[in-house]
Design a protein around this ligand. Structure first.
Ligand code: ZN
Ligand code: ZN
Length: 327
């Protein structure tokens, strides 16, 4: 992982970057299984159903159907996600209209897992398809500007795993815990702030969480006293709340159509596994664990690759990506 000299970078300039990426990087699955997630086996069938096209239909949407099509589609784009999906069930004409609403098809094609989670956690009534499309097409974490592979559901902010793990996300709390402490009643809070109802599952610590909790961003609740905060923490116990309100979201580059989930460096991982983090003169100045866990976009990874001797070594030992059996 020692920094390379600039002159040696030239040997990689004429290589297809995707060959290097396939050989020297990998997607870190354990980050994605630490947060809210859906069963990928269920998604394919749902996707084809949601994308089905209806060319002609005799059904109508009543007086609304008398409006110009552009106006109807504009109204559809202003529906929150839950209302849009409810509207879709009215009849075949409504289904047709929703299918042509701006952003719908892109979201179904590229953000279906996140969309399913958004509907199941009941936060869908707070955001529109355009909000989700905007998050899908945003690349960087809203907090640290690194590549972000996740979405923080209470605000639809793109974020990175490091910010979830380091507790950098805006504070969240369980509604019952906050309802007992603060002036607003629970029902008042429900109507006032985005509420995420968590799903049963195993999160970052691997413990099965069967109970569903209602989580809100506490910034909306007003200022809690130090004593109240202490009480909130006691009531929340050890629940990994921020993992329970975050889910994976790939990043779509609209211009190129490339979808990215974020990649880590195989070279840095191999180096750390070999040395167990022991001090070494070839360690870069960064914390090696942080570097091992860093998630890159394709372009960011290529910049790293030009500096990472371990990744370059993997690339060369694979005979330029032809033999990856030992990687
Ligand atoms: Zn971040
Ligand atoms: Zn590396």
């Amino acid at each position: 992982m020692e920094s390379n000299t600039a002159g040696k970078c030239c040997e990689f300039e004429n290589v297809d970057k995707m060959d290097i990426i396939r050989t020297a990087s990998y997607h870190r699955h354990n980050f994605g299984i630490s947060v809210l997630r859906a069963n990928p086996r269920d998604l394919d069938q749902v996707q084809s159903s949601l994308l089905q096209t209806i060319s002609t239909t005799s059904s109508t949407v009543g007086d609304v159907g008398l409006l110009p099509l552009e106006v109807i589609l504009e109204i559809c784009s202003l529906f929150d996600i839950q209302s849009l999906f409810n509207f879709r069930h009215v009849n075949r004409r409504a289904l047709q209209l929703v299918a042509t609403t701006r952003g719908y098809e892109v979201v179904i094609r590229h953000a279906l897992e996140a969309l399913g989670i958004i509907l199941r956690t009941k936060v869908a009534s707070w955001f529109t398809i355009s909000d989700l499309l905007k998050a899908l097409c945003t690349r960087d974490c809203g907090l640290c500007c690194s590549f972000g592979s996740f979405i923080f559901l209470p605000s639809f902010m793109r974020c990175c795993f490091a910010c979830v793990r380091k507790n950098c996300l805006p504070p969240v709390g369980r509604v019952p815990a906050l309802g007992k402490l603060s002036n607003p009643s629970q029902s008042y809070l429900h109507g006032l702030v985005p509420t995420v109802t968590t799903l049963p599952g195993r999160y970052v610590e691997g413990i099965m969480r069967k109970q569903r909790y209602e989580i809100i961003p506490t910034e909306f609740v007003g200022t809690l006293s130090v004593r109240e905060w202490h009480r909130v923490r006691q009531l929340q116990g050890s629940l990994p709340l921020k993992y329970m309100v975050t889910t994976s979201l790939p990043c779509l580059d609209v211009e190129s159509g490339v979808l990215q989930n974020g990649i880590c460096c195989n070279g840095c991982d191999a180096f750390l596994r070999r040395t167990h983090g022991a001090k070494s003169p070839s360690f870069p100045s960064d914390n090696p664990w942080t570097l091992r866990d860093k998630v890159y976009s394709y372009d960011e990874f290529m910049e790293h690759f030009r500096e990472c001797r371990e990744a370059q070594s993997l690339w060369k030992s694979s005979n330029q990506g032809i033999d990856v059996s030992n990687i």
